[in-house]
Design a protein around this ligand. Sequence first.
Ligand code: NAD
Length: 491
Amino acid sequence: MTPPCTTERSAALLARVPDQLYINGQWVDGTGEPIVVTDPANGRVLKKIQNASVADGARALDAAVAAAESWAATPARTRAEILRRAFDLLQERRDDFATLMTLEMGKPIAEANGEVSYGGEFLRWFSEEAVRINGRYGANPEGTGTMVVTRRAVGPCYLITPWNFPLAMATRKIAPALAAGCTVVVKPAELTPLTTLLFVQLLEDAGVPAGVVNVITTTQSQAVSAPIIADPRLRKLSFTGSTVVGRALIAQAAQNVLRTSMELGGNAPFIVFADADLEKAVTGAMLAKFRNTGQACTAANRFIVHSSVAEEFGRRLTERVNALEVGPGIDPRVNFGPLVSDTAVDNVDAFVQDALARGATLLTGGFRPDGPGSFYAPTVLTGVSADSRMVREEIFGPVAGIRTFETEEEAIELANDTEYGLISYVFTTDMDRRHRMIDSIDTGMMGLNTGLVSNAAAPFGGVKQSGLGREGGLEGISEYLSTKYTLISSS
Ligand code: NAD
C-alpha cells in the first residue's frame, strides 16, 4: 500500500499512519473504493485509505450519540487532562505530524512545524478552558426570584475540515468540542485525510474514550454528510471551507434547526498607507500572501497601496518573492512549496491570465515551473483593474495583485467593497488612523502592521459571507455550549 517515497523515514511514517475509519474506538474498514492520497510535490501515491459510505457515516453518528451522555458527565478536570495529554503527545510526535502535512499537503517543512505549534495550542488552550465553563446567578429585577444561568454541552457535533491546514483546522474544532463535553464525528478533506487519522490515533493514546471522537474519510462528502446533518440526534455542525459549500450546508442545517459555526472564504484587503513602514509592510505581505503558498482563508487577496509608495512597494515585494526557494517542501531549504493539486494550479493561472488580459503588468512569476508536481511560480502583478476576477473572488494561491488609491476614504471604500469579511491588513504609522481603520474596515479580524494574526487565544472568524461564529479565544468554547436559564421563585 505504501510505495517508495522521498526518504526511508517518510516511508516508515506513512506505514504507521492508520488507513481505516475510526468509529466507536475501533479502526474499521469502509465500503467504498479506497481513497488514493498523493504527494503534490511529485504526484506520487502516498497511501491508499478506506472510503466511508453513507452507512459508515451513520455508524459514526450512532457512536457519537451513544457516547454523548457519559462524556458530558465526565468531570471537566478529566476532560481537561486528556486534552493536555494530547498537547504533550503532539509535542513528542511533532516531527511525524510536520512531515506528514508536508507530504500530503505540500507546505514547506518549517511551516508544517509552525502548524504543529499553532494547532497544538488549541489543545492546551481548551484544556485550560474546560474547567472554566461558568454560568450566572442573580436576582430578577422584580425581586420575585433568583435567575440561574447554566451552560452545558450542545450534544453530538459534525465537524468538516478543509485541506489547507490539516492539523490546525481539526484541533481548532475538536479541542473546544471535547472541552465542552461534546462528542464528535470528524470528516477531513479527501486531499489531506492522513493528518487527521494520525491525530485521532494520538487522541486514543491520550485517553479519549471510545465513541467520543469518530473519523470518517470519504470521497462522497455530500452523500455521506447530508443524512448526518438531517439526523435529529445531531446538535451542531461546524464547517471550515469555501463559502459556496458553507451556504449549501447552512441550507441543509436549517431543516434540522441545527447550531452552525461557519469558517468560510475570504478576500482580504492589504492596505499600505503612504506613512507605512514599507519594510514592515513587505515582510507582512510575504507572510499574508505567500505563507502556505497563498492557500489560506486569511491570505491577502487585494493589495491596496497608496499611489506614492506603490512602485517602491512592488519593487521590494518582487525582490523578496524572487528570493524564495521553490521546491518540494520536505527539503528544509525550500520555503515555497507546491499548490495542493493540478486543479489548484489551473485555477490560479486563470486568475493571472484574466488580470493580464485586463491590463495588469507582470512584475514576476505568472508561469508553471518545469518538472513534476503542482507548482506555480510566486507572482506579483501591478495595475490590476477593478473588473479583474482576483478583485472579486478568492484567489487561494500565490498571486499578489496591486491596485492604488489616493485618499483614506477611497482605501476604506475599496477594502469594504466585497461580500467577504474575514480579515484585513493595514499598514500605517499614524496612531489616529489606526483607530479609524479598526472602526471602518468591515472584517472579523485585522492585522495592524502585521501579516499574521492567528492565535489560539484569539477569536478567529469573519463577518458577512466569511462566516458565523468564532473559533479560539474565550469565545471558542461557547460554540459548543448551550445556555439554560432557570427562574427559582422566591415566593
Ligand atoms: P471546500 O469547501 O471545497 O471543502 C471543505 C470541506 O468540505 C472538505 O472536507 C470537503 O470534502 C467538504 N465538502 C465539500 N462539499 C461538501 C458538501 N456538499 N457536503 C459536505 N461536505 C462537503 O473547501 P477547501 O477547498 O477544502 O478549502 C478551501 C476553502 O476553505 C477556502 O475558501 C478557504 O478560504 C476556506 N477556509 C476558511 C477558513 C476559515 O477559518 N475561515 C480556514 C481555512 C480554509
